[in-house]
Design a protein around this ligand. Sequence first.
Ligand code: SAH
Length: 245
Amino acid sequence: MTSESSTQTRQQNVDAAEIDKFSQLAHKWWDKESEFKPLHDINPLRLQFIDDHASLAGKKVLDVGCGGGILTEALAGRSASATGIDMAKKSLKIAQLHALEEKVGNVHYRLVSVEDLAAETPAQYDVVTCMEMLEHVPDPASIVRACAHLAKPGGWLFFSTINRNPKSYLQAVVAAEYLLQLMPRGTHDYQKFITPAELGRMCRQAGLDWAASSGLTYNPLSRQYHLCTNLDVNYMIACRKPTAA
Ligand code: SAH
């Protein structure tokens, strides 16, 4: 593939309508009662899952599709040096402002695609996180590959997304968007949900070893999320890039 055509391929792996959707909501990223409430609610759970595996203190971390920085700032709060990247300029502005307000020094944000960053600075990060983003891009396998390139040998990678089956359709689309109205209608496209088997294949093809997984389940009565073993709806995985032989 010529460098020109690979650039073209990279540029195409962004769904402009998705970026637009998040940009329009950007001012609400840090409003814990807004459409982003579910991300605030799951943040301590996913942060702990990441820290338990990757021991964040002192690590160089990249957060791909960081949005307003909900996870990125929390990673920095565990004494990691955190960089967040996203393709929505407005979200990055909000993330930067929030970090300034909170006086979080060890966090940086950049408008760059993960594929371009992987070409620019491969094998630089101890930890790469990419949460709740794969279901919003045209080619998730390309994102997984780029994340794998960005991790150092022996580095940890974390992905989260939504499984694709009738139960996840009912819970993540019908209940979350229509009945409970936890997020706006049209937030998720069922066709883009990714099964753990598909995500596992993408990771394997990117040369990563699957290390662990956890489901995240919502209890509408207590209105709380907790970790669970079943990956039927929301789930996250931990992978490792093998150390060089
Ligand atoms: N990871 C954050 C935000 C999830 S929302 C969190 O879990 O808290 C999905 C984010 O992915 C949005 O900020 C959106 O702008 C971003 N996104 C969508 N497509 C992208 C792409 N191709 N490259 C980078 N970011 C993208």
